[in-house]
Write a new protein. Structure first.
Length: 420
């Protein structure tokens, strides 16, 4: 999770399929996209074979090659640039019109072998035109192909071969186009979820600081004014007020440190509820237990597990690009004694876990402080797995999972707040 670029950026260099629906960011992605689109040009074999095997004279052959090259260039420009998003509808309409005219002229001039060009026209219609337009443009292109093909073939032959293929491929491409654009919208939604989570965490910190310091600072102000009035005539009473001010200020400092450092009590029950909410909101299938395990470490150990779950889920949402995330608890007996193991695994891009950011570095310190161990690395499903083992000390295992403290929903709104 750490060391993996943001799922909403355009600079990732992982598996080529991870750039599905993204703008081209580098040469590798350019070549990959060109390969996926260009591989379908294999159906141009019939026109190429016709040009190579039929003697039409030099001028006709040259015009045929030029027309075919113009057709391919126009097709690639349409599908390559406008499948995910259309920026210039005028350019789309001009290019599509040119593509259709070239298909008609070349097929009419050179014969049946060139009717396959209409398949690419239907593909272009499905790839770039709005659905309401593609629904009638694709059948219309098929009709034009049949009309041109009647010069040499019968209606039965045309309907039994190219006509059905043109319709099927054209409408299939509308589905691919919708998939690409839905993927783009999903990535934008994930970016929005991450941003809202960061805003929620800032608001939480602002509320906490206000609640912690508002009363303390007001009390310090009042006691300072009171001590000032008492100082000339009642120095002993003024000294007591100053002592109270010192006590209040020390307590306020402790509260602020706890709030900023995040050492306030967190429960697994609350973080589990928050994890389900966060993963579902990000479009990740969540396999998360409904309840915390019955046997848990002492308060500090449970807090470390809660922070680990929070950090792991945050990284899954913001960095992994995963479709599924699994959270599991296991009780184990080791040479050092019984431990509770938390495992968070996703099926995303994965990461080595060697370049740890602030999130995992801070989490490692928390876990080691309670005698636990943190492991990160590839998961079984080629994703990423975070494993935390926290020892059960003497007197642990009382079955208190923290649910009695009302944490079940308190952390739900902030489960995404921690940033790796």
């Amino acid at each position: 999770m750490e060391g993996v670029k943001d799922t909403d950026g355009c600079t990732e260099r992982g598996h080529p399929l991870h750039s599905f629906g993204r703008p081209v960011a580098d040469r590798r992605q350019l070549l990959t996209k060109a390969l996926w689109i260009g591989i379908w040009l294999v159906f141009m074999a019939s026109p190429v074979e016709d040009l190579l095997g039929t003697d039409r004279g030099g001028a006709a052959t040259v015009l045929g090659w030029l027309g075919l090259a113009a057709f391919v260039a126009c097709y690639l420009a349409l599908v390559f640039r406008y499948t995910s998003q259309v920026f210039d509808w005028r350019a789309v309409h001009v290019s599509f019109g040119t593509l259709l005219v070239l298909a008609v002229v070349l097929s009419f001039a050179f014969g049946t072998a060139w009717l396959g060009l209409f398949v690419y026209v239907a593909v272009s219609a499905g790839a770039v035109l709005p659905m309401r337009h593609a629904m009638w443009v694709i059948p219309a292109v098929t009709g034009v192909m049949i009309a041109v093909g009647l010069r040499t073939d019968s209606v039965k032959d045309l309907l039994g071969s190219l006509a059905v293929l043109t319709l099927l491929v054209g409408f299939a491409m509308t589905g691919v186009r919708e998939l690409v654009r839905t993927t783009i919208e999903l990535r934008q939604a994930r970016a929005t979820v991450a941003q809202l989570a960061a805003n929620e965490e800032r608001l939480r910190l602002a509320r906490d600081l206000h609640d912690l310091l508002g009363h303390s600072l007001s009390l310090i102000t009042l006691k300072s004014e009171l001590a000032g009035r008492m100082l000339p005539d009642h120095p002993d009473k003024a000294a007591r007020q100053v002592a109270d001010i010192e006590q209040v200020s020390r307590q306020a400092l402790v509260d602020v440190r706890e709030a900023v450092s995040g050492y306030r009590r967190r429960t697994l029950a609350g973080e589990l509820a928050g994890a389900r909410t966060a993963l579902t909101a990000a479009g990740v299938e969540a396999d998360v237990p409904l309840q915390a395990p019955a046997v848990l470490p002492a308060e500090q150990g449970e807090t470390a597990l809660a922070w680990a779950l929070r950090e792991a889920v945050t990284n899954v949402v913001r960095h992994s690009g995963a479709r599924r995330c699994t959270v599991a608890f296991t009780s184990r007996h080791t040479l050092d004694g019984p431990v509770v193991e938390l495992s968070v695994e996703d099926d995303g891009r994965g990461g080595s876990g060697t370049a740890q950011g602030n999130g995992l570095a801070g989490l490692t310190e928390r876990v080691e402080a309670v005698g636990g161990v943190l492991d990160v690395g590839p998961g079984d499903r080629k994703g990423f797995r975070l494993t935390v083992r926290v020892p059960l000390g003497e007197g642990d295992g009382t079955g208190q999972s923290g649910a009695d403290e009302g944490g079940g929903s308190a952390s739900g709104s902030s489960a995404l707040g921690s940033s790796a």
